[in-house]
Design a protein around this ligand. Structure first.
Ligand code: ADP
Ligand code: MG
Length: 259
């Protein structure tokens, strides 16, 4: 049933619209414009890597997707449905279809890995603890942490904590998962284990938007690389073209620094 009252994100929209579509999006913080007239879309199942210098608006761009920030102008459509006017239940509904993985993990320190992963299923979806725990166990297995279900965040390494955070983001079966520099807070020896989980996810068909400085991830796993600077998308290309022949001078300068 397609009607204006249909849930935003779980009902297939007509004509297989993109998973995410920005139309002329602006974002201001006070007088300061941090996103300027951005048109951008992500296809279903696509893996997009976003890179660019610090302060270029990457975090703001992905926080706008799940309404952690609201647009100042323009519109963001998720699966073809406008989102800027959503409030209350409709907004919560949208968010359950979008997973978010933060740089600093943002796990609940007083909850075990198992409870971190199952919390939203119990609190938001009304699942019984037993059913939620069963699903959380499966997800912890999937990220290689089947033996750590009863550990608390402080008892886990950074890489393990981030894998718990990924399992948590998957708990509600999102169709889209957003990552904001998921490996930037990790010691170098832990980056690989998190990238490996992300690589497996990428192959599972879920749509992913990943802000990252890991150029190996962008190059080997992403379908498309987006380069931002000054709140503007300056260049978008397939990884091979972007890394071998970046067009914009600022993208070339950025790559000279990070590669
Ligand atoms: P990036 O993730 O690329 O480093 P951000 O999206 O975090 O960039 O920030 C883009 C710009 O917006 C920066 O100038 C930053 O200082 C500003 N900014 C981000 N969040 C806020 C906020 N909540 N209030 C005011 N300014 C912000
Ligand atoms: Mg950021």
């Amino acid at each position: 049933m397609q009607s204006s009252a249909a849930p935003v994100a779980d009902t297939p929209a007509p004509h297989a619209s993109p998973a995410v579509e920005f139309r002329q999006v602006d974002k201001f913080f006070g007088p300061h414009q941090v996103i300027s007239q951005v048109d951008f879309s992500v296809g279903r199942g696509e893996v997009v890597a976003i890179c660019g210098p610090s302060g270029s608006g990457k975090s703001t761009l992905i926080r706008l997707i799940n309404q952690l920030e609201s647009v100042s102008g323009g519109e963001i459509l998720i699966n073809g449905r406008p989102t800027s006017a959503l409030t209350g239940r409709a907004l919560r509904e949208l968010r359950t279809h979008i997973g978010f993985v933060f740089q600093q993990f943002n796990l609940y320190a007083h909850l075990s890995a198992l409870d971190n992963v199952s919390l939203a299923l119990v609190k938001v979806h009304g699942w019984t603890r037993a059913k939620a725990h069963a699903k959380a166990h499966t997800l912890l297995e999937r990220v290689g942490l089947g033996g750590k279900a009863s550990s608390f965040p402080a008892q886990l390494s950074g890489g393990q904590q981030q894998r718990v955070a990924i399992a948590r983001a998957l708990a509600t079966d999102p169709s889209l998962i957003l990552f904001d520099e998921p490996t930037s807070a990790l010691d170098p020896e832990m980056i690989g284990e998190v990238l490996q989980v992300m690589q497996e996810l990428a192959h599972s068909g879920i749509t992913m938007v990943v802000v990252t400085h890991e150029m190996s991830f962008a190059r080997e796993i992403a379908d498309r690389v987006v380069f931002m600077d000054g709140g503007i998308i300056l260049e978008q290309a397939d990884p091979e073209s972007f890394f071998t022949a970046p067009v914009h001078p600022r993208a070339r300068r950025f790559l000279q620094k990070v590669l």
